[in-house]
Design a protein. Structure first.
Length: 114
């Protein structure tokens, strides 16, 4: 798990992949939940996916959009959707991961429509 945290601190999204059955493991783990192998490698996750659902709310007096994104590897994450015009945000649009990391021990992901 240290590799996952180090990668996030460097602004990269990684996860584990089973060398035995080739399963992409999310959330990352040192053991494959599919075949129980501990033969794992760390792989960088692609940056594109689809917005499955979203919600707009206020943080202070600023509107923010959070959404559930399914990345191309079938990994789902909750992240902030960054855009200039909230009317362009719709279910099913393609998005790209533009930033990820750890701040104050909280993991974050930021996406933009593409």
């Amino acid at each position: 798990m240290q590799k996952f945290i180090e990668s996030l601190k460097a602004g990269k999204l990684t996860t584990s992949k089973c060398l035995s059955c080739k399963n992409i493991i999310w959330p990352p783990s040192n053991v494959c939940p599919k075949c129980l192998s501990d033969s794992i490698e760390w792989v960088e996750v692609g940056s594109t996916g689809k917005l499955l659902d979203f919600s707009e709310s206020l943080m202070g007096n600023k509107p923010v959009i959070f959404g559930i994104v399914e990345l191309d590897e079938n990994i789902r994450v909750l992240g902030r959707i960054i855009c200039n015009d909230s009317s362009e945000v719709k279910k099913g649009i393609d998005v790209k991961l533009v930033k990820c990391g750890i701040e104050n021990n909280d993991v974050y992901y930021e996406f933009q429509p593409i």
